[in-house]
Every structure is written in C-alpha cells, then in structure tokens.
Design a protein around this ligand. Structure first.
Ligand SMILES: N[C@@H](CCC(=O)N[C@@H](CS)C(=O)NCC(=O)O)C(=O)O
Length: 212
C-alpha cells in the first residue's frame, strides 16, 4: 500500500479547505502538516522548497511533490480509489477546468479578500474595513454568483448529476463570502444556488468549512 499523502497548510485557507474536502470525499487517509503562511516573518523557510511562491497548500505522496490546488485535487481524484470527482467526457472536463479557472481568476480575491477579510476578518482584529475595496468587489461578486448559477442550471451540482471538483473548489470561497452580510444578502433569493449550498453543506466533507 502506498504511504499516506501529506497536505501542508492551514485550515483557515480556502484552498487548503478545498484539498481537505476532496481528500475526504475520496475517502483518502492523509496527514496534515500545519504551515502558517501568515506567521510573523513570512512563510516558514522550510516551506519554500515545497512551494517556491510561498503559498498553501502543498502536497506530497510517495515521493511525488505538488503544489497548486487544482493539480493536487486532480491528482487525488485520479491516483486514489473512491468516487470519481471529474466527468469522464471531454466537454465535462473542459467545463471543470473552466469553472476552476473562473474561481481562481475572478472569484477568490473579491469574495474572500475584498469582502470577507475586509468585512469580517479585519474588524475582528480591530482593523477598520476598507469600504472602497468592498464596494468595488460587490458587482464582481454578483457576476460570479450569476455565472455559477448559470452552470448549475437545474442540476443538483455544478457539472450536473454528480458532485465534482468544481463544487469542492467553489465551496470554501462561497463559505467565507457568506460570512459577510453582503455575501449572505447576495446569495439570498438565488434559490438554486441556495439549494445547492444546502446540499453541499450537508455532506460530511463540509465540516472543514466554518469560521477561521
Ligand atoms: N494558486 C494557488 C493559490 C493558493 C493561495 O493563494 N493560497 C493562499 C491561502 S488561501 C496563500 O497561501 N496565501 C498566502 C499569500 O498570499 O501570501 C493554488 O491554487 O493553490
């Protein structure tokens, strides 16, 4: 039997949470090695060989080292037994790549950093929110929700009948977003997205979500 994979990171990270959810959905036993990227003094020096850009997560399995969450989650899906989390057909796989790209490029920063961190995280530590960041991010956030709702359509999951990496990449970002009142307000009334959210958060893998 191959050794347990190792995930390096911290549970507060949206990207680490996606990897944790995928490992759990696949039923893969793993070890989490805590790396606090925001520790005073910056990323721990011994983390940089694992991730030259100083981010989390990083991953290792039986001598194979990897970083970038989409690479990690695809590897976990393909290298381990368990339910398939990617479609088998060309169009479904292309759609998956598209949705992960949208989340990385257009959703993560406005929803998590500009809205959640500014509205919830910074005030909790005594720093004022930058209202202009929040205001500028809201139209982009709304567009992201509309685009995700479009992919969802009538289906239970973003790629149709089966939960996939697309849902698991989206979940931690939307979870942080929904902790801000602006996020909850934008989700409210988008009934299909809300129903999808309820389905997603009813799964055992969703226990990694929640406040930092
Ligand atoms: N493209 C990377 C992004 C990972 C990422 O941005 N992780 C955040 C935590 S959620 C991080 O390490 N941030 C540290 C920083 O921005 O310095 C991936 O897909 O893994």
């Amino acid at each position: 039997m191959s050794p347990r994979p190792i995930l390096y990171g911290a549970r507060y990270s949206a990207y680490v949470r996606t990897a944790l959810m995928v490992l759990q959905e696949k039923g893969v036993a793993f070890d989490l090695v805590e790396v606090d990227i925001f520790a005073p003094g910056g990323p721990p020096p011994d983390h940089l060989p694992r991730h030259p850009f100083g981010r989390i997560p990083a991953f290792e399995h039986d001598g194979f080292a990897l970083y970038e969450t989409a690479a990690i989650t695809r590897y976990v899906d393909e290298a381990f037994d368990g339910p398939a989390l990617q479609p088998a057909d060309a169009r479904g796989r292309a759609r998956l790549t598209q949705i992960i790209g949208i989340l990385d490029a257009y959703a993560y920063r406005p929803l998590v950093w500009d809205i959640y961190v500014e509205r919830v995280s910074k005030p909790a530590t005594g720093s004022p929110a930058d209202e202009s960041l929040i205001a500028n991010a809201l139209p982009r956030a709304e567009l992201c929700l509309d685009v995700l709702a479009g992919f969802l359509g009538d289906g239970p999951w973003l790629l149709g009948d089966a939960i996939s990496l697309a849902d698991l990449h989206a979940a931690p970002i939307l979870d942080y977003f929904k902790m801000a009142p602006e996020g909850r307000a934008l989700m409210a009334g988008r009934n299909r997205l809300e129903a999808w959210w309820d389905r997603l958060t009813a799964r055992p893998s969703a226990t990694v979500l929640g406040p930092e």
